[in-house]
Design a binder for this molecule. Structure first.
Ligand SMILES: [Zn+2]
Length: 238
């Protein structure tokens, strides 16, 4: 079931639950206008949270190629609800396939597991859905394939020095950074990478200009700060 359909089913259940709660409030003697106000607030809150959190940008294929940290690729896979197992190559291949499949839209719906399970459960007994087309994961291309694609007109070359969204690197962007976007450590003047966590400062600063980038960096930051705060002790034999 597609995330959009899962959300449709989940929203239907939510609407019914709010209606039932309103009926209960009315039967308890709450004035109707207070009940209606509660209902409107419940719907507005639901709509805002779902729209804000579960409708995310599609990272273009060219930008996916710029991520070299396997952990970033894992977080991106998790945000899109893709299988995050395997190494960086496998994750990148899944992300590229996802990006190509959604290349005609700027945003996609993603659904958390609970919503997906509920949506699928509701679908049982309802109209049969056609089985989804098998996802073809492209083979990771070798050096030859990569060079061919980069020189061809159809391919989008990812030139060195290019940041996400096709932005070029610029030293002025770095001078405005006071703290690392990932671990929040204070930065030395002119630093291009963070001394504490090793993050490419400009890359993450530009990434954070998008909603999905903010989400990725905030998830990465949790892991990085935990690592910095609690250095893992070396295991010793007793
Ligand atoms: Zn850092």
């Amino acid at each position: 079931m597609s995330p959009g359909k899962a959300w449709g089913a989940f929203s239907l259940v939510y609407v019914l639950a709010v209606m039932a709660a309103l009926a209960a409030l009315l039967s308890l003697g709450l004035p109707w206008h207070v009940s209606v106000a509660c209902g409107i607030m419940a719907f507005a809150f639901y709509g805002y949270v779902v729209y804000k959190r579960y409708r995310v940008e599609v990272v273009p294929e060219g930008d996916i190629m710029l991520f070299d940290d396997p952990d970033d690729l894992r977080i991106l896979c998790e945000i899109y609800g893709l299988d995050a197992r395997g190494d960086g190559k496998a994750r990148r291949a899944r992300l590229v396939a996802f990006s190509r499949a959604n290349s005609d839209s700027a945003f996609v719906w993603v659904s958390p597991k609970a919503v997906h399970v509920l949506g699928s459960a509701l679908q049982v007994g309802l109209a049969e859905e056609r089985p989804p087309a098998p996802v073809i994961i492209p083979e990771p291309e070798g050096v030859h394939g990569l060079v061919t694609r980069m020189v061809s007109d159809a391919g989008r070359p990812t030139a060195p020095g290019t940041l996400t969204s096709g932005k070029a690197r610029s030293s002025s962007r770095l001078s405005s950074l006071k703290a690392c976007p990932v671990c929040d450590s204070p930065l030395r003047k002119g630093a291009v990478s963070c001394r504490e966590c090793g993050a490419d400062l400009e890359f993450y600063a530009v990434l954070m200009e998008t909603a999905i980038g903010k989400r990725l960096v905030s998830q990465k930051a949790v892991a990085e700060r935990r690592k910095l705060r609690y250095p893992v002790p070396q295991l010793r034999d007793r």
